[in-house]
Write a protein that binds this ligand. Structure first.
Ligand code: 6GU
Length: 248
């Protein structure tokens, strides 16, 4: 397999959708290997305890280090040829972007540690960092109850970038956030019929004039980006020769 991904969670069933659709097919064809593990496998007490009260006080519970240490020891083979990357989903991590997805897609082995409650005892990350690269990553500025849904999001973005997973690689470069798009959002798209419920497909798309179509699409992309994501829109002087602004 080009990519192996291991996910550790106290709700392994939450990761079942990874076996569906595009990721499922990548697993079935052997391009991607997936392991989903129940953290409680590495508990030894009657109640299979994974959490405890936080030192220093405060609300909520913190995940105990021992089960995580044992889980990572079992999943990451000692002295393996390639050092895996440990991804810890957390709202306090660095932001997941298309560039981070591409970075992760280039790895051979990803391990995802799904925390619940107020997070995982920080020594787990400190200890893991002696053997692997550790990345605490957030998928956005909102709070989830656990990392599982974030792992579904991240793996969907990552696996489709693994070579061979998408049949037509051109569709990888033609979408929103692709570098080829100059960082603009993709504009509206249309298919048959040409008229539907009184709404017509923009005539330029039926013109056969490829130059005019490309110019129209660029214009639509720019308009949409300015309207819904002004933070991504190019500044008016972008691309004007001889003018350089905002460079440190
Ligand atoms: Cl990656 N995990 C959790 N638990 N909450 C989040 C998140 C991740 N990203 C945003 N909120």
């Amino acid at each position: 397999a080009l990519l192996r991904a291991d996910v550790v969670s106290i709700f392994p069933d939450y990761l079942a959708p990874l076996r569906l659709s595009l990721i499922g097919k990548a697993i079935d064809t052997g391009l991607v290997e997936l392991g989903v593990h129940d953290l409680r496998t590495w508990t030894h007490d009657r109640h299979r305890t994974v959490d405890d009260t936080p030192y220093g006080g405060g609300a909520g519970m913190v995940m105990k280090p021992e089960p995580w240490g044992a889980a990572l020891d079992a999943i990451v083979p000692a002295g393996s040829a390639t050092t895996p990357r440990l991804v810890v989903p957390t709202p306090s991590g660095r932001r997941f972007t298309q560039a981070v997805a591409a970075e992760l897609a280039a790895e051979q082995h990803l391990v995802f540690a799904c925390g619940r409650y107020e997070g995982i005892d920080s020594r787990v990350m400190a200890d893991a960092a002696t053997r692997m690269r550790v990345d605490e990553i957030s998928i956005g500025d909102y709070v989830l109850n656990g990392g599982e849904a974030a792992v579904l999001v991240m793996l969907e973005a990552v696996v489709r970038l693994v070579p061979g997973v998408i049949g037509n690689p051109e569709s990888l470069t033609e979408e929103s956030h692709a570098a080829e798009h100059d960082g603009l959002l993709e504009g509206p798209v249309y298919t048959k019929p040409t008229s539907w419920r009184g709404l017509d497909v923009p005539p330029v798309l039926l013109s056969g004039n490829h130059g005019a179509i490309a110019a129209w699409r660029r214009d639509q992309a720019l308009e949409r980006t300015r309207r819904v994501r002004p933070d991504l829109a190019p500044s008016p002087l972008d691309g004007v020769e001889g003018v350089v602004v905002g460079v440190a």
